[in-house]
Design a protein. Structure first.
Length: 133
C-alpha cells in the first residue's frame, strides 16, 4: 500500500502539468472543475499503477533481492503498471459505450502515463537498492 501512495505523490505534479495543458491549451473550453476532477483521477491512476507494479514485482520477482533485479524487467513491470490501468479502462469503456470517444490528446496522455510508470519503477528500484546499503 505504501508503494501505491508514493507513486500517487510522484504522479501529482505530472498530473498538474498534464491537466493544465489539457484544460488550458488542448481543450480550453474546459473548466477548473474539469481540471480538479481530472487531477483526482490522475492521482488515483498513479496509486493503482503503483499497486499493480508492486503486485507484479511480488508475483514475478519474489525470489530475487533488489540487487538481483534486472532494471529492464523492473521497467517492464512499471510500463505494464503505468499503462494497463488507463489503456485497459479506456478500451473497456469504448467497447461498452460506443458513443463515447477519446480526446485527440489521449495517445499523448497514455504515453506520458506509460513513461511515468517506467520512471517510477526505476526510481523505486534505485531507492530500494540505496536503502539496502
Amino acid at each position: 500500500m505504501s508503494l501505491a501512495a508514493v507513486w500517487a505523490v510522484v504522479w501529482l505534479p505530472v498530473g498538474v502539468a498534464v491537466g493544465l495543458w489539457l484544460t488550458r491549451f488542448a481543450h480550453p473550453q474546459q473548466s477548473w472543475n474539469d481540471f480538479f476532477s481530472g487531477l483526482g483521477a490522475w492521482i488515483l491512476i498513479g496509486a493503482i499503477s503503483g499497486a499493480i507494479f508492486a503486485l507484479l514485482l511480488a508475483l514475478f520477482e519474489r525470489n530475487r533481492t533488489f540487487n538481483q533485479l534486472s532494471p529492464g524487467r523492473v521497467v517492464l513491470w512499471g510500463v505494464i503498471g503505468g499503462g494497463a490501468v488507463p489503456v485497459g479502462a479506456n478500451v473497456a469503456i469504448a467497447t461498452l459505450f460506443p458513443s463515447i470517444h477519446l480526446s485527440s490528446a489521449a495517445p499523448v496522455v497514455f504515453a506520458i502515463m506509460i513513461a511515468l510508470g517506467a520512471l517510477c519503477a526505476l526510481g523505486t528500484l534505485w531507492l530500494a537498492r540505496r536503502a539496502r546499503v
